[in-house]
Design a protein around this ligand. Sequence first.
Ligand code: ADP
Ligand code: MG
Length: 234
Amino acid sequence: MDHATDLPVLRGTGLTKSYGATRALDGVDLAVRAGESLAVTGPSGSGKSTLLHCLAGVERPDAGEVLLQEERIDQLREPKRSEVRRRRFGFVFQFGQLLPELPAVENVALPLMLDGASRGTAETRARAWFAPLGLQGKEASRPGELSGGQAQRVALARALVAGADVVFADEPTGALDRATGQDVIRMLTEVASRQRAALVVVTHDDAVARWCDRTVQVQDGRLLSAARPAGGAR
Ligand code: ADP
Ligand code: MG
């Protein structure tokens, strides 16, 4: 195996974060490799979103380090940190994160245009995502005209179109019925693994976690276990 792909692409050590008197994260160590999918489960309020935000440079941890390909990113200031988020990371949220006034294809093209691609190039690359995700014919639809599952597939195309090293998904199936959620997590894990992106998925749903290579559980801001090995649903 290629040595470079054996190293974690993203690594958090000793991650600690408080909001006032609430210790949301309490010394978490976590690493993901390129092409690996990691599910983060745990009860509501246990610190899952805080962990994801610290790893993704959305929030700065109070203590600990975040390394992206062995380079620290937690100490970067804005706008450097937002540049890392934009260039290296992709995000899928529970709902509502597509721009409602833009057609689906422009939502997907946006990260490429923010990175300097021309509109034509960006839209051509964006368009190529639609048929493989079962979205043919939906290119011109506005998010409000899409079903929840279709909107999440557009969101996952947007997260991956620019070649992210790590994709973060916070309850990506939380607003979907079970069957639709299974379609979305299947496509998300497949596409991320094919692109060799690492995937970090926060979920309440064990059926979603089973699509991932590995699961960690968070409780009271700490990791309970790194229990289940590769295998599961695939
Ligand atoms: P989860 O995603 O597992 O539901 P969170 O990471 O959102 O948990 O929250 C962990 C703890 O931190 C909770 O007690 C929550 O109320 C608190 N918390 C999270 N974000 C904030 C914030 N911005 N301000 C204050 N408290 C917060
Ligand atoms: Mg959360």
